[in-house]
Ligand binder design. Structure first.
Ligand code: TGC
Ligand code: FAD
Length: 387
């Protein structure tokens, strides 16, 4: 009987180029050797492992899709593989990379001036400047069109007032990409730590994404020079365009989390003996493992095809919605099922499942909730906006 790779039954890896395979292997090694030894403790102690940032930068994982400015200039599939491997370690690691790359470096690259790109991108690629992305507000993140944060012109400057909520990297960020309503529409600004009236407050008590910093941002008459406004976009399509990039990476990330959980329970059920036989010898267990494999394989094919569409310049936002919905739901269901198969042992951070399960509760909510993505597909099919 041919032996297939249990976490890649359709040999999706054979569809990757040599360079893509090499990138995946490099990130996988970093995750196995450097990140995984730290993540359970980091999650338990609710600390983001800051010491990994220079190593991620050294490997070219920050702003990996950008050409020039000290960035690696990799294709979209490679960015996806980076997200997959990082999230095999922990969603918090992938979140850090998503925010830095897709939500902060991307808007500076796509909407900024040459001077802004030179000013921030090389240091962001090197991990010396950390960014965060402020779109969500306390009164309702699903509906960013109802934005209350304002920016008003004052001579050559802008005055920003308002607040943002649930902001990844908020308290460790040197700069914040902040979206604000102006008389001419929604615009993006680069706020710098230390600007008078700008404060970040860390959110504590999280039961999810504990190894990730999440904050509220507060703006009280913050004076921002025109040189810090991103001039090449106006309207909600600015932030939504960034979300498309980040959501694309998030279609890949949960595949890594699901693989971590499945690998763990395949080993566990082989070793654990109940009723005189390995747990894995029970039909009821094998059906559950088989179902996980089916769903992981589907997600792998979906993300790879989406990546090829992206690299061909043909990826549509609603396709990203379908894949984000499918793949996060897949991983969350698998993590919960793996937690159950581990029995009591599944409730501590000694095993992966509960950490991934709890993290994925955030992943299914951020970057558009599952319902938001379902409604995007509903609108695509019917032409009716049901938001
Ligand atoms: P609508 O008003 O119709 O469209 C506004 C303009 O935007 C364009 N557009 C997009 N452009 C690029 N990518 C997309 N995905 C886009 N979606 C829409 C659209 O063409 C239009 O352009 P124009 O030129 O006509 O002005 O807005 P909509 O009806 O499409 O959007 C409604 C809805 C609900 C889908 C949208 O508001 C939405 O996605 N809400 C969810 C908000 C969300 O996802 N927030 C995430 C915050 S960031 C975050 O969670 C980071 S977590 C990071 C981590 O730790 O990993
Ligand atoms: P709400 O929008 O209030 O939604 C509440 C519920 O209502 C959800 O179940 C939703 O699906 C449902 N709902 C909404 N509209 C409809 C409808 N029309 N029909 C039916 N049901 C509906 N944001 C940033 O800007 N930057 C970040 O870096 C960032 N990082 C985050 C990190 C974490 C750990 C978390 C948890 C969130 C983060 N977010 C960030 C915010 C995230 O994007 C929002 O939480 C998300 O968009 C949902 O917004 P909300 O929490 O206000 O929920």
């Amino acid at each position: 009987m041919a032996t297939l790779n249990p976490t890649d039954l359709f040999d999706v890896r054979s569809l990757l180029s040599e360079e893509e395979q090499m990138i995946q292997d490099t990130v996988a090694r970093f995750v196995d050797e450097r990140a995984l030894p730290l993540m359970p403790k980091a999650f338990d102690e609710a600390q983001f492992p800051m010491e990994l940032i220079p190593e991620m930068a050294e490997l070219g994982l920050l702003g990996s899709s950008i050409e020039g400015y000290g960035c690696a200039g990799l294709n979209g599939v490679s960015y996806g593989l980076i997200c997959q491997e990082l999230e095999r370690g922990d969603s918090g690691l992938r979140s850090f990379a998503s925010v830095q790359s897709s939500l902060c470096m991307h808007p500076i690259y796509a909407y900024g001036t040459e001077e802004q790109k030179q000013r921030w991108l090389p240091d962001m690629a090197a991990g010396k400047v950390i960014g965060c992305f402020g779109l969500t507000e306390p009164h309702g993140g699903s509906d960013p069109a109802n934005m209350k944060t304002t920016a008003k012109r004052d001579g050559d400057d802008w005055i920003i007032n308002g607040s943002k909520m649930w902001i990844t990297n908020g308290n460790i960020a040197d700069i914040a990409i902040v979206w604000a309503r102006t008389e001419e529409g929604i615009m993006g600004f680069v706020l710098e730590q230390g600007m008078t009236g700008f404060e970040a407050q860390e959110i504590h008590g999280k039961m999810s994404l504990r190894a990730s910093v999440t904050s509220g941002l507060f703006f009280d008459n913050v004076r921002v020079p025109e040189a810090n406004r991103l001039p090449n976009v106006k309207g909600l399509k600015g932030p939504l365009g960034c979300l498309t990039q980040a959501r694309y990476g998030i279609t890949w990330g949960p595949i890594g989390a699901a693989i971590a959980c499945l690998t763990e329970v395949v080993d566990y059920t082989a070793d654990r003996k109940l009723f005189g036989r390995p747990l894995a010898a029970n039909q009821a267990i094998q059906i559950r493992l088989a179902d996980m494999s089916r769903r992981i394989t589907t997600a792998q094919l979906l993300s790879l095809h989406l990546g090829r569409l992206k690299d061909a310049g043909k990826m549509a936002p609603s396709q990203v919605s379908l894949a984000k919905w499918n793949n996060v739901r897949m991983a969350l269901d698998i993590a919960r099922d793996c937690r159950d198969i581990l029995g009591g042992a599944g409730i501590t951070v000694e095993h992966n499942a509960i950490r991934h399960m709890l993290n994925l509760e955030s992943v299914i909510t951020y970057e558009g909730t599952e319902t938001v993505h379902q409604l995007v597909i509903g609108r695509e099919l019917t032409g009716i906006n049901a938001f």
